[in-house]
Design a protein around this ligand. Structure first.
Ligand code: BG6
Length: 473
């Protein structure tokens, strides 16, 4: 529960992120009484809209009985990101809020635009002194929130970070990766470090390999303009996949505090490298070039698969096969830890299943964890089969927990940066991703087109099968 008044300015307020994630998350917090009595949301975008016209934008929320009450907190300011005019009008709206409240009201600036606009907006926050916070002159209560992708490659990420640090102090900066806010991702640490039985087997002696699949059924829908300039490698691999790897492979943080946790994440991301040989595969779904706002000869990848290595004493030599793609068979994000199959000699002649033990974290849907093991099939004859022991959030807790963006927003309001990226995490991850981008640019290979509602390009199967392994799904 946040108990001080605040104002959050969302840049890019008519975009998909605001529509599909941010406003629904704020509305949900409002319905659950987790927001203070006095809070103000100001959407800032190019389009000329009145406050009510802005409200109409959020179709899926509008039918709820509390929506009318919520819109009393929802305002709009039109303005071009490049011109001061809109920012000056925004200052006027903020001044009116301060006057109404009789005090400086805490300000959050949420950059939910495509990344090309970040530096322009930051420049304008500086030149108009909005960065200085309420009353323009104190930075006491200003925080800035930057969405992913944070830059387009290593050098743009570094330049963005430099700019941010020239304008704001580190404690004011929130670099979002909403996968860090997912209940199921946070639970990986509880599973690994709060249960004594797993730590002894969490290493190269017992683990054969790790698989991560980040599959989405939808294509780019209305996000063509944004996505075509970004692609799956930057949209998902650089951030969400890296953070999933970090959760699986990090060492135990010294404590469950912001810097210790960030240190542990940063150290492991810094140890990730691309495996030797042909270890990166990309693809594009069949109808991608016909999508709205996508170039008809686009080479943007909508699928990427990689074989990565984590060079730490714990995981040295254990391959991490990761893949992410759009227009695949189903929505499905899962991490599987596949253990070395050591079927005892006693059972060899009875047909040991090819894969023995697997721990699977299901990030979504049907959030939960399962452990696959081998069991004797019932009957007089000895036979063996794999079976699963399952934990499911909804069954055990009656809820799968809050949506990731609710957690992200509550942490921003509370000033808790633990589940936000620090520069060094981003730097290491961009280093890896930029090396792939450079290779792609220099080779200019034809992109493999893959059939929709399946599992991506054939090359992704070859990537893992050449090592004598296969994707579990
Ligand atoms: C976003 C990506 O960060 O994550 C989207 O930009 C993707 O392309 C989305 O669809 C997936 O998030 P979630 O929470 O719906 O799994």
């Amino acid at each position: 529960m946040i108990n001080f008044p605040f104002v959050i300015v969302i840049f890019g307020a008519t975009g998909d992120l605001a529509k599909n994630k941010l406003i629904p998350a704020l509305f949900s917090l409002f319905k659950e009484d987790k927001l203070p009595k006095d809070f103000f949301i100001i959407g800032f975008s190019r389009r000329e809209l009145t406050h009510p016209q802005f409200h109409v934008h959020f179709e899926s929320e509008r039918s709820h009985e509390k929506w009318g009450e919520f819109t009393k907190h929802l305002f709009y300011q039109s303005g071009s990101f490049e011109e001061e005019k809109g920012y000056l009008a925004l200052i006027e709206q903020l001044r009116q809020i301060d006057d109404k409240m009789g005090a400086c009201v805490t300000r959050f600036f949420y950059l939910a635009t495509p990344p090309d606009h970040y530096e322009t907006i930051l420049d304008k926050l500086l030149s108009t002194k909005l960065s200085e916070g309420c009353g323009q002159g104190s930075n006491k209560w200003t925080r800035v929130v930057i969405e992913k992708p944070f830059g387009k490659d290593l050098s743009t990420a570094r330049s963005l970070d430099k700019k941010l640090s020239e304008i704001f102090e580190e404690k004011q900066i929130f670099r979002v990766d909403h996968y860090l806010g997912k209940e199921t991702v946070q639970n990986i640490l509880a599973f690994r470090f709060a249960n004594g039985i797993f730590e002894p087997v969490w290493n190269r002696k017992v683990i054969d390999h790790v698989q991560i699949t980040f599959a989405e059924k939808e294509g780019v829908k209305t996000r063509g303009r944004f996505y075509d300039g970004v692609g799956e490698l930057r949209d998902i691999a650089q951030n969400h996949l890296m953070q999933l790897i970090a959760a699986v492979a990090m060492e135990s943080p010294k404590s469950f505090t912001k810097e210790d946790l960030r240190d542990a994440r940063a150290a492991v991301i810094d140890s990730v490298r691309i495996a030797d040989g042909e270890s990166v595969v990309k693809g594009q779904y069949e109808s991608y070039r016909k999508e709205k706002d996508v170039s008809p000869d686009s080479d943007t990848e909508t699928f990427v698969a990689m074989k990565l290595m984590v060079d730490t004493p714990r995981f040295e030599g254990v391959p991490f096969y990761v893949r992410a793609g759009k227009k695949l068979e189903k929505d499905f994000v899962e991490i599987s830890i596949v253990f070395i199959q050591t079927c005892h000699i006693l059972f060899k002649e009875y047909g040991c299943p090819e894969i023995g033990n697997v721990i699977t974290f299901r990030i979504q849907p049907n959030e939960g964890i399962s452990l696959r093991f081998i069991a004797k099939t019932p009957g007089a004859k000895l036979g063996l089969e794999s079976v699963d022991m399952k934990f499911n959030y909804s069954e055990s807790f009656g809820t799968k927990g809050p949506a990731a963006y609710e957690k992200v927003l509550l942490d921003i309001f509370a000033g808790d940066q633990m589940l936000f990226n620090r520069s060094d995490e981003l730097d290491s991850s961009w280093e890896l991703i930029t090396s792939i981008l450079k290779k792609w640019n220099s080779e200019k290979e034809e992109i493999e087109v893959y059939k929709e509602e399946q599992w991506g390009p054939e090359l992704a199967n070859k990537l893992i099968e050449k090592d004598g392994r296969k994707w579990l799904t």
